[in-house]
Design a protein around this ligand. Structure first.
Ligand code: MG
Length: 357
């Protein structure tokens, strides 16, 4: 009889494809099918910033994340450009994460558009079906493409996912892991950046297979405990555990004002309104927060974001209001604000205790 059970928990790593750009395609459907990039600078200064994400149409021209936008426009003359909108992407991300969490597995949020779910021990076929259903549901509910990697181990699941991009689904079974890894470049291991890569290359280790055949003690001498981890991973051993994280990363509200103004007293009613809305959302979730952030968009469409970490968790509307007002006020410098935003983040996992009387 063939045993279908895997030896360890199956980890499902889901990563949204070209997330910021995909979010923009959602609200600008006219840009779909066109080469498009999301970057750091406002439209008027679009040649001065850096590309944060671009869609696959832009990638065909060689446009990449991290590239100066000036170079992107040289590579692709007809490139559509949008300034990134952090609040909006976080909002979309929050909804996706909430949905993924509702599937009922232990889940770790890895970044704004990546999460790892511990499916537990289950037959590979069942895990593949869970992944297919999840991918389809995310596409249907949010209109966004994603890629899923399945494997035993958080790192292997992520590497499988990277390999399957875009819009893919890959399962790497326990007995396939070493073969899957052996010819990959060392920098494909999560956490291996340019510096570690250089160190490894100096040790004449360029593939993961090379690391698996190297001396563990030499790796530890060179890289400390990460060296030991690299050795284990290269040999198909991934002991990392999913750390269940709070699903909601932030709650925010933003709105354009009826008239632009540099007078904090004129902005005040809008601050109160946004604070009340954030508090209402927060109350439904029964969270405490520790970080307050604000955003100001000026008349010239430039934006500034500022945040403050409190010493204690709180759910006080007064604290949120006074800090938001101070932060926004500090961002005005006599300039007229057109749109403002208020955000709370860094939530406490523990729901508020019931009062004892
Ligand atoms: Mg992604």
């Amino acid at each position: 009889m063939i045993c279908l059970e895997s030896n360890h928990d199956i980890i499902m790593h889901i990563d949204m494809d070209y997330f910021f750009a995909a979010c923009e395609e959602l609200r600008h459907p006219e840009l779909k099918g066109k080469a498009m990039a999301v970057g750091t600078s406002r439209f008027e200064d679009r040649e001065k910033g850096v590309v944060q994400t671009c869609n696959y149409e832009a990638r065909k021209f060689g446009v990449k994340s991290g590239m100066p936008t000036s170079m992107a426009f040289k590579l692709c003359k007809e490139l559509e450009y949008l300034q990134s909108d952090e609040f909006y992407y976080e909002d979309v991300s929050g909804k996706i994460m909430e949905y993924l969490k509702s599937l009922g597995y232990k889940m770790e949020i890895m970044s704004i558009d990546e999460a790892a779910l511990d499916l537990g021990e289950m037959p590979y076929e069942v895990a593949i079906n869970v992944a297919k259903e999840t991918k389809d549901a995310v596409r249907k509910k949010f209109g966004l493409p994603s890629t899923i990697g399945l494997s035993t181990g958080k790192n292997f699941a992520k590497m499988a996912c990277d390999k399957a991009k875009p819009d893919g689904l890959i399962m790497v079974k326990t007995d396939e892991i070493k073969d899957f890894l052996k010819d990959m470049a060392v920098e494909k291991i999560p956490g291996v950046g340019p510096k570690t890569k250089e160190k490894l290359n100096r040790m004449k280790l360029s593939t993961i297979g090379d690391i698996s055949r190297s001396n563990k003690m030499d790796l530890i001498a060179e890289l400390g405990s990460f060296g030991s981890q690299l050795y284990n991973l290269s040999n198909g051993v991934d002991t990392s555990k999913i750390i269940d994280t709070n699903v909601i990363l932030s709650i925010s509200r933003e709105r354009t004002m009826a008239a632009s103004t540099s007078d904090i007293n004129e902005i005040d009613p809008m601050i109160k309104k946004l604070v009340a809305e954030v508090m209402s959302d927060l109350g439904k979730k029964r969270y405490l927060f520790k970080t307050i952030g604000v955003k100001v968009r000026y008349e010239d469409f430039t934006e500034k974001i500022k945040s403050r970490n409190l010493h204690h968790y709180t759910d006080s509307e007064e604290i949120l209001y006074s800090n938001s007002r101070n932060l926004i006020s500090s961002l005005l410098y006599g300039k007229k604000a057109r749109k403002i935003g208020v955000r709370v983040s860094d939530f406490n996992d523990i729901k508020k205790q019931k009062k004892l009387f």
